[in-house]
Design a protein around this ligand. Structure first.
Ligand SMILES: [Zn+2]
Length: 246
């Protein structure tokens, strides 16, 4: 998985992203975070971010609704959850952005020169609504995010191997993207969509350098995955958290 490292932490196994700039952290948890985060959980997460990554941060999460709504986060008390949004960005220090995922793709973008970062929840609905591009637009508009100086990470998500969809989902991709067929594999019967490949191509088109887009290539749904998967279950499975902290 291309430099993404599994390690044991005080909150169970985590996967740490490669090539993260100094004073930033990008990682993915494997314990179940279904439901609202409690103060105890927020305490454990901020302690992990401090002890493992040396970053003192308050935690912001989203009440996620598969939208293209982007919100700006600021440091504050221990923990807060933003209303109805699916992407968070910040220019501030001492902020950890947490995104809940089970099969949806977590996308993190950082421009260390301008001190801007975003963490995005890109399921198929959010992808069709261009949530990652929306987050990038917001950062470019308000904080001068420069993709040429930027880095991006694609965390664990359901990958083309397992993401079988109906024609109604294919239709939505075809309506949203003129080149949608490039990302649809019909060689297994039912169509499989490659959201990661589509996202990597979008990031390249927006100016992220080739060698600075890091794809975990981890499929949450495949047998043997250490991550929760909505499709693998049971009962919808649990929730992983994707973190970006600075
Ligand atoms: Zn798979």
């Amino acid at each position: 998985m291309a430099g993404f490292q599994v390690e044991q932490s005080v909150i169970g196994r985590i996967v740490v992203a490669p090539s993260v700039p100094r004073r930033y952290a990008v990682f993915y948890t494997t314990i179940d975070f279904t439901g609202r985060i409690t103060d105890e959980v927020a305490q454990a997460l901020t302690a992990l971010i401090r002890d493992r990554f040396g970053i003192e941060a308050s935690l912001t999460t989203c009440y996620q609704v598969h939208s293209a709504t982007v919100q700006r986060a600021q440091p504050g008390k221990l923990w807060r959850e933003c209303d109805a949004c699916d992407a968070l960005w910040t220019t501030d220090d001492h902020v950890a952005l947490g995104i809940k995922v089970a099969d949806c793709l977590p996308v993190t973008m950082v421009d260390p020169a301008n001190s801007v970062m975003a963490n995005v929840h890109s399921g198929w609905r959010g992808t069709v609504q261009r949530i990652t591009a929306e987050a990038l637009d917001a950062m470019q508009r308000s904080a001068g995010f420069d993709p040429a100086a930027g880095l991006a990470w694609l965390g664990p998500s359901i990958r083309a191997c397992c993401f079988e969809v109906g024609e109604e989902v294919v239709d939505q991709f075809s309506q949203a993207f003129a080149d949608a067929e490039r990302y649809i594999d019909r060689s297994h019967g039912k169509p499989h969509i490659d959201i990661a490949a589509l996202t990597v191509d979008m990031l390249r088109q927006r100016g992220f350098p080739e060698g600075r887009i890091f794809d975990s290539q981890i499929c949450t749904r495949c047998e043997g995955s250490i991550f929760h998967s909505h499709r693998r279950g049971p009962k919808g499975g649990g929730r992983n958290l994707a973190f970006a902290a600075h």
